[in-house]
Design a protein around this ligand. Structure first.
Ligand code: PMP
Length: 290
């Protein structure tokens, strides 16, 4: 089912979704040649906007496209899209492609990017996923070598997530050369002997905004946290494993490949970090933090 949204932004215009049209020769459609962002909105405020726009700039620079809008222009677009859903929690989706051109792998000399965005109410994970945790499976990371780019070409991620779903799991934990990279659409944290460990940033993971926030909160509050490679064996001996993303926040993974993680229940470190995360979010909604 399509979300109920009455307007989207496309190339300078606000339109009902059924009137928004993109050319079949758009390079996003033909090659998956574009990048995207998902920005949560809490209490009517764009959460971690500077971080999302910085990651967008990094993705655009990596694919050699210029940012078509200034921060102020983006804010104006988002604010107009958000108005439809009032103060309810929502997420902004935006994507920029290299635009319309005759089909040729090489870039068009003067690309005119296609810019698309919409807002929709945020769908939180069901409550029992937080209280019971979720199931994950490990699988080979079949993606390319620039997973740090938030590219719209998500075929590998879609195949991997589907594989997890068909095995009754919520997420696929991806493994490259014996080392955990991330989830199909999330970052991964491990808790071992009271320390948080998350894989370091680099070309094989998306620099998650939620990941960075969890690391930042941990450091601020004195929770030991390392950004280090996580071997697949570490998963089996971990006390806790979590996934993080803007829409799933911090979710405990309590079964991996059919075996319980730690006690098989969400752990005390998750309870602590999630409480600190919610405290930060509340302070943000109240305008006490940016
Ligand atoms: N890794 C991948 C592959 C993702 O698609 C996502 C976002 N869905 C994340 C990590 C988490 O990033 P963020 O916290 O910025 O949502």
């Amino acid at each position: 089912m399509m979300p109920t949204i009455s307007q989207v932004y496309l190339d300078g215009k606000f339109l009902p979704p059924e009137q928004a049209r993109v050319s079949v020769f758009d390079r996003g459609f033909i090659f998956g040649d574009g990048v995207y962002e998902v920005i949560p909105v809490f209490g009517g405020r764009l959460f971690r906007l500077p971080h999302h726009l910085a990651r967008l700039d990094a993705s655009l620079a990596a694919i050699r496209l210029r940012n078509p809008h200034t921060t102020e222009e983006w804010k104006t677009i988002f604010t107009r899209l958000m108005a439809e859903h009032g103060t309810s929690d929502q997420s902004i989706y935006l994507q920029i492609t290299r635009g319309v051109a005759p089909r040729d792998h090489a870039f068009p000399p003067y690309p005119v990017p296609t810019v698309f965005a919409y807002a929709q109410p945020l769908k939180y994970p069901p409550a029992e996923q937080l209280t019971q945790g979720v199931t994950a499976v490990t699988t080979t990371d079949i993606r390319w070598q620039r997973c740090d780019i938030k590219a719209i070409a998500l075929l590998a991620n879609a195949l991997l997530r589907q594989q997890a779903i068909e095995q009754g799991a919520v997420e696929a934990i991806l493994v490259r050369d014996g080392v955990v990279t991330e989830g199909a659409a999330s970052n991964i944290f491990v808790v071992k002997n009271g320390r948080l460990i998350t894989p370091p940033k680099g070309p094989f993971i998306l620099p998650g905004i939620t990941r960075d926030l969890v690391v930042e909160i941990a450091r601020t509050k004195g929770v030991p946290c390392d950004e280090l490679p996580v071997k697949i064996e570490t998963l089996s001996s971990a006390d806790e494993v979590w996934l993080t993303s803007s829409t799933k926040e911090i979710l405990p993974i309590t079964r991996i490949d059919g075996r319980p993680v730690g006690t098989g229940k969400p752990g005390s470190m998750h309870a602590r970090m999630f409480a600190l995360y919610k405290e930060y979010k509340q302070a943000f909604i109240q305008g006490k933090v940016e």
